[in-house]
Design a binder for this molecule. Sequence first.
Ligand code: ADP
Ligand code: MG
Length: 208
Amino acid sequence: MKEVYNEYKAEQFLRRYLPVARSQLVHDSTQVTLPLPLVLKIISDDALHKSEVHGVRVVKTQDDLEREFSDLIENAKKRKLKIDGILVQEYCWGTELIMGIKNDEVFGHVIVFGVGGIFTEILKDTSTRKCPITAHDADEMMEELKAKDILHGARGVKVNREFLKHALVAISKIPGHHPHIEELDINPFMADEEGGKVVDARIVFNTK
Ligand code: ADP
Ligand code: MG
């Protein structure tokens, strides 16, 4: 049997290990207290890939917020998605990375790191190590990427490598505490000059 944590549950879980974007799970736009700009997301076990159901909206003004909020609720009703609520999340700027864990048949738990964002699937630019890793391993993982220059401040966007190293080491220790993790996907992790934050995650546990 498998138990899947949607973004809301996965981010609650990850707060113990990593910085996570500030958010609130709400049912009505009047409950929103976080400052604009914000990202609204449909939280439903029936729609784990939120963009595929047009379930992610960036809002810059109060008008946007009210309009997109009702549209998301309408959209969920139309698609007959059972929702836990709307996740209202701070808007984050930065470089989109992926960080994750897989339970490999041969190696056991491995950590995967790479370039995130819309081209993840096309670029397939990742590096992998057996868990847990050291800061030195994390450094090597960064250097192994074809797009490693992204992490050296190409495009004029700076990334805090020391912070990323610590984040990767922290993730690599999670299976030690939770051996039933089958899969952990953080996509994206939004990295910036100061550090970075998880802005989307999903976790699969093996419950058998
Ligand atoms: P999906 O379930 O489709 O993967 P995501 O939560 O990853 O949904 O959102 C899709 C994309 O929207 C992300 O890859 C990212 O580019 C952007 N995005 C999501 N949340 C934020 C945020 N808080 N700040 C900035 N961009 C975001
Ligand atoms: Mg995502």
